[in-house]
Design a protein. Structure first.
Length: 472
């Protein structure tokens, strides 16, 4: 019998679980861990998990044509998409994007009509959910669970069909389930979960409130533990390591630098134009003769189905002088955005040493706030005129970002002139907006002291003990 079975369908979830100290903390408590993942056959992953004393299980393929078509259509049954900017943007993309096949444009047209009925008659989504959960079954998933017999199953991304199937089959078999969400936008921006775990491990108060308001999860079924992979930000050697990273990138380790963590191009089509402008201003000495710039592209642009050769080529053209490129090392062909273990430490170091952290509304905002670094979000299209559903302007209207901005501490700029002015303010006084960052840190991350992984392990170990007591 397996103690805990983690289902990992995303590389960032693997980072949260395997690149943090969750597994060593569990092993210290005598708890065994099995990981079910789509890349269990890849040699690097096998070696890595063996070094952590983690048992591996190959995940079955569950992405059939039916699920592929049905997935985006679910929002019209279960969500008030017109009042959720993240879901509305997806609707408009399907309706207007030239990249969407004409036949598929019927889905948002029909979906809008279905949504009006579903909102007016709540019985429809309730019936649809019952039918959905009866149909969402997998013999392969059930067979794996019957063979592993886990005492506890943990899902990190229940919006993924693989993980939803594992949760549903586990519940049918009487196996307790836990949701340990990999990111802050999973509840509010991804549409309703097809499967709801029995208990949750939350980052902090914001995530707990969302679980209660979106799903009615009782407070006693939520454990606020912080963010396990953010423990890396509390390493006292981060600043010293940042100097080593700068030197390896060809920059001066003694000079200040800006850090720009890029997002997926889908969300900010002209972010690269902003990066090129910023690189030119740094090279021209606009922020001081010693200022440098480190640019980190999104893993999605490096490897996989959405790899973007044009972006990488243009970024390579910026390198030199006082500008460097930090390429995240994507290591898997099967697990999206799975990075080398050492990448987390390098990222934490680069954030620790930077004068200002910039991004276009990604989780890197929270990473930087954890280390009390000033954060700037350039939310503009670099002079291009785009419809709202394509523009980066839409991003700050997404529910999770609206909540983040409500606490203060993060600066949004909407032009090159505002960007230069705000960078000047933060470079002159890095304590500016520190109170807002503290509020944001407490609300999003809850306990924020470098011990989140230990709390997660303790919560899971407690869950196992509860299972044992109920069984006896």
């Amino acid at each position: 019998m397996t103690d805990i079975c983690y289902v990992l369908s995303h590389g960032f979830a693997a980072r949260m679980v395997l690149h943090s100290t969750i597994v060593p903390e569990l092993r210290r408590r005598g708890v065994g861990v099995t990981v079910v993942a789509p890349n269990a056959g890849e040699r690097y992953f096998q070696r890595f998990c063996a070094s952590r004393d983690v048992t591996l299980e190959q995940a079955p393929a569950v992405h059939g044509l039916g699920l592929k078509l049905y997935g985006p259509a679910r929002r019209y049954l279960f969500d008030d998409y017109e009042h959720n900017a993240a879901l509305r943007a997806k609707h408009l993309h399907e309706l207007h994007s030239e990249a969407v096949r004409p036949l598929l444009k019927l889905r948002p047209l029909l979906g809008k009509a279905v949504n009006r009925v579903a909102l007016r008659w709540p019985l429809l989504p309730r019936l649809a959910q019952r039918v959905e959960q009866r149909l969402l079954r997998s013999r392969e998933v059930r067979a794996i669970l019957q063979r592993l017999r886990p005492r506890l199953l943990v899902s990190t991304y229940p919006v993924n069909w693989l993980e939803a199937l594992f949760v549903l089959e586990a519940q049918q078999l009487g196996i307790p389930t836990v949701g340990q969400l990999l990111s802050w936008d999973n509840i509010s921006c991804k549409g309703r979960f097809a499967a709801l775990p029995d208990r949750f491990i939350a980052w902090g108060p914001v995530m707990s409130d969302e679980l209660r308001s979106y799903y009615g999860v009782a407070p006693e079924r939520i454990s606020e533990c912080g963010v396990a992979h953010f423990d890396a930000h509390f390493d006292p050697t981060n600043r010293a390591h940042a100097r080593e990273v700068l030197a390896s990138l060809g920059l001066c380790p003694d000079d200040p630098y800006l850090f720009f963590g890029m997002s997926a191009r889908f969300f900010c089509p002209h972010e690269l134009d902003v990066v090129e402008w910023l690189a030119a201003r740094v090279q021209a000495g606009a922020f001081g003769p010693r200022m440098q710039l480190v640019v980190r592209p999104h893993p999605q642009n490096i490897r996989g189905s959405m790899a973007d050769g044009e972006t990488l080529q243009r970024l390579q053209g910026l390198v030199g002088g006082r500008v460097a490129l930090d390429l995240p090392q994507v290591v898997s062909d099967q697990l999206p955005w799975d990075l080398e273990e050492r990448d987390l430490r390098k990222l934490a170091a680069l954030i620790a040493g930077c004068a200002v952290s910039l991004n276009s509304g990604s989780t890197l905002s929270i990473d930087a706030v954890v280390q009390d670094r000033p954060v700037v979000l350039p939310i503009f299209d670099a002079g291009h005129q785009l419809p709202w559903w394509r523009s980066v302007r839409r991003v700050v209207e997404f529910p999770h970002l609206q909540k983040m901005l409500s606490f203060g501490g993060v600066a949004v700029v909407r032009s090159f002139a505002e960007l230069e002015q705000q960078l000047g303010r933060y470079l002159a006084d890095q304590a500016l907006d520190a109170e807002g960052r503290a509020r944001l840190r407490a609300a999003e991350c809850g306990p924020c002291d470098g011990q989140a992984a230990a709390r997660v392990a303790e919560a899971l170990a407690l869950g196992l003990s509860l299972v044992g007591s109920e069984a006896s």
